[in-house]
Write a protein that binds this ligand. Structure first.
Ligand SMILES: CC(C)(COP(=O)(O)OP(=O)(O)OC[C@H]1O[C@@H](n2cnc3c(N)ncnc32)[C@H](O)[C@@H]1OP(=O)(O)O)[C@@H](O)C(=O)NCCC(=O)NCCS
Length: 225
């Protein structure tokens, strides 16, 4: 089991989405200027969180870029990830000396429209269904962890992450008391990401805003350089 001492934890930041009247259109990339106002609000709140996690690492970056696939472009020395719900945005970031990839996902809890049955059937492996298929909180955590895993690995795989790749990751333990999560990969995703790669993961509830968050980080040390 991972301990508090050796666990690597990135910086985390959250922000409530702003009001439409406060939208800073000048901060939007060209491709989002015609987007729905809710999308613009989410993008800008996500960018604010991203800037703040960079600042926590001592890096002041006025504009976190966006590549053609929609992935954030982090300043040198930082690897991070952004997510948003309809109400809140979140970001995490760590140093490239420790992490090679990072992903975060957050979901509002008690969204009754959510298709838990579909998540169980389509997304959970048989082992995960056995361990986590009963409790809504566990099912939602598995969903978030898999989305975070995708965001962590997709940039590493150069945008070639497939649905099958997603199924190579299995969640074997979630310790709600500490937030620790054990995940394993059953096979190498590329020659550079062996099955033995160290994946750090956590999930937790931001209770005051009723969101479940999860992050996954790919340890740099296990990578084949
Ligand atoms: C890319 C994807 C992960 C985005 O997730 P989402 O739930 O729609 O949206 P989120 O709010 O969580 O995240 C959006 C942010 O992810 C980031 N992002 C987008 N594409 C990304 C990628 N390929 N890799 C890493 N990060 C990405 C961006 O920062 C984006 O926010 P921004 O455009 O405001 O900067 C999702 O659309 C996707 O393609 N998932 C595929 C994985 C899958 O099959 N999941 C289902 C089973 S778990």
């Amino acid at each position: 089991m991972q301990t508090e001492k050796n666990r690597k934890i990135p910086f985390f930041e959250r922000k409530k989405l702003g009001e439409i009247g406060d939208l800073r259109e000048d901060l939007l990339p060209l491709e989002l200027q015609g987007a729905h106002p809710e999308r613009k609000k989410a993008f800008l709140a996500g960018r604010e969180c991203a800037q703040k996690v960079c600042e926590k690492r001592g890096v002041f970056e006025p504009k976190i870029g966006r590549d053609e696939q929609g992935r954030p472009i982090w300043p040198p020395g930082i690897v991070g990830s952004i997510t948003h719900s309809r109400e809140w945005a979140f970001a995490v970031a760590g140093g490239t000396e420790a992490f090679y990839g990072m992903g975060i996902d957050a979901e509002k809890i008690d969204n009754e429209a959510r298709g838990y049955e579909a998540i169980i059937k389509k997304i959970l492996t048989p082992g995960e269904q056995h361990c986590f298929g009963e409790e809504k909180r566990d099912i939602l955590a598995c969903f978030c962890l898999k989305e975070a895993f995708y965001k962590c690995l997709d940039p590493v795989l150069g945008g070639l992450m497939t649905y099958q790749d997603m199924r190579e990751m299995e969640i074997t333990a979630i310790e709600w008391a500490t937030g620790d999560v054990i995940i394993q990969m059953s096979t190498a995703l590329t020659a550079r990401v062996p099955a033995s790669s160290r994946l750090w993961a956590r999930c937790w509830v931001e209770a005051d805003i009723q969101h479940l968050c999860a992050w996954v980080g790919l340890d740099r040390e296990a990578m084949i350089q």
